[in-house]
Design a protein around this ligand. Structure first.
Ligand code: EPU
Length: 328
């Protein structure tokens, strides 16, 4: 098995380690990446991230790369380490708010087809970090495997879902995960029983530092018509209770299982509240939608406004579920 040879000091967090010589470091990194990766591997400077997030706001990535599999990922991380450039890993961008100044350093997208594989073997489905959850749900349905229907309703990829233990309709991804595969900051490739990952509501601490590269999910054989019925019900519930405009899903974590943030915000009459083109959805108050020309600054101001109103009225400090990254 290849080892990624990451130095323990290599950061996977979006913080710049050394401001000096940034432009030179980035140019050198870019040149080395171009030489080391296949010519067809997407590699760009100043890549807009707004179109790579479902909320459709945010500035550019200094350098953007989409490695074609684990070997190229190893090369990318190694070169980033050598050049002292911080790395941010991007999934589907469905739970992400990128600030308007964008992300300094290297953004690694896990959306290359090599990371999007979905392979069924009996009751198990081996999925890459880049695979869309909707595609996983459809594959499970076609294979006659029940229990993964809820994934249809989450607009993200496997990697992001594992990192935040995404869930819908009463189930979480770690409920159906048997094995988790990740890469450590030291560069080792690890596979562990998913039950040992320490996943909890909207979080998996293990995947804050480490990078999920795939998982084995477990389904239960069932008639396809039954599975299709569950998926249709889940789909209908979602379309009737969640907005269709661009958003990053739920903005805040629910403060308690019996106290949904959406109900709290709705109770204060805040549906329809706007800052610029960012608006508290009039369908579900925990979704903040982009009406077309919203900026990250608008969304952040709306988050603070709503947080302040909930604090004042209920004495509760809402915690964002959306991951906020990048520079102003
Ligand atoms: N509610 C209101 N007003 C609203 C929104 C909700 O009164 O504007 C009430 C609902 O009527 C319901 C309760 O609040 O009684 C809970 O609402 P919902 O069933 O929509 O669930 P939620 O807790 O708001 C969670 C997840 C969603 C997931 C749904 C459906 C969190 C933060 N959110 O929402 O996940 O899709 O359940 O299973 O846990 C996400 O993580 O981005 C996300 C959208």
């Amino acid at each position: 098995m290849n080892t990624l040879r990451l130095d323990p000091s290599t950061t996977l967090a979006p913080e710049w380690v050394s401001a000096a010589d940034r432009s030179l470091q980035l140019s050198d990194l870019f040149a080395d990446l171009r030489m080391s990766l296949q010519p067809t591997t997407p590699l760009r400077r100043d890549e807009s991230l707004a179109r790579r997030t479902t909320l459709r706001v945010g500035g550019p990535a200094d350098v953007f790369v989409e490695p074609a599999g684990e070997d190229e990922l190893a090369t990318v991380l190694e070169l980033a380490r050598v050049h002292g450039v911080p790395v941010f890993v991007l999934g589907r961008g469905s739970n992400l708010l990128v600030r308007d100044g964008g992300i300094r350093g290297l953004v690694v997208s896990m959306q290359h087809p090599e990371f999007c594989r979905i392979e069924v073997s009996g009751e198990r489905i081996d999925v890459g970090a880049g695979a869309y959850l909707r595609h996983v749900a459809n594959t499970a349905r076609d294979a006659g495997l029940a229990g993964l229907e809820f994934l249809e309703g989450i607009p993200g990829s496997v990697g992001g879902a594992l990192r935040m233990n995404a869930g819908a309709m009463g189930s979480w991804i770690f409920d159906v995960a048997e094995t988790l595969r990740y890469v450590t900051r030291r560069g080792d490739r690890v596979a562990i029983p998913a039950s040992e990952a320490g996943a909890r509501y909207r979080g998996c601490p293990l995947l804050v530092e480490n990078l999920a590269v795939g998982a084995v999910l477990l389904g239960k054989p069932a008639p396809r018509t039954e599975i299709l019925g569950h998926m249709t019900a889940s789909n209908q519930k979602r379309w009737s209770s969640q907005p269709r405009q661009p958003s990053a899903g739920c903005t805040f974590k629910n403060p308690r299982p019996d106290l949904p943030a959406g109900r709290l915000i709705d109770g204060l009459g805040l549906k329809g509240t706007r800052v610029g083109d960012a608006m508290v959805s009039d369908v579900h108050a925990n979704f903040f939608v982009n009406l077309g020309a919203a900026t990250a600054r608008d969304v952040l101001a709306l988050i603070e406004l709503v947080r302040g109103r909930v604090r004042e009225a209920n004495g509760i400090e809402l915690e964002t579920e959306v991951e906020i990254v990048g520079e102003d």
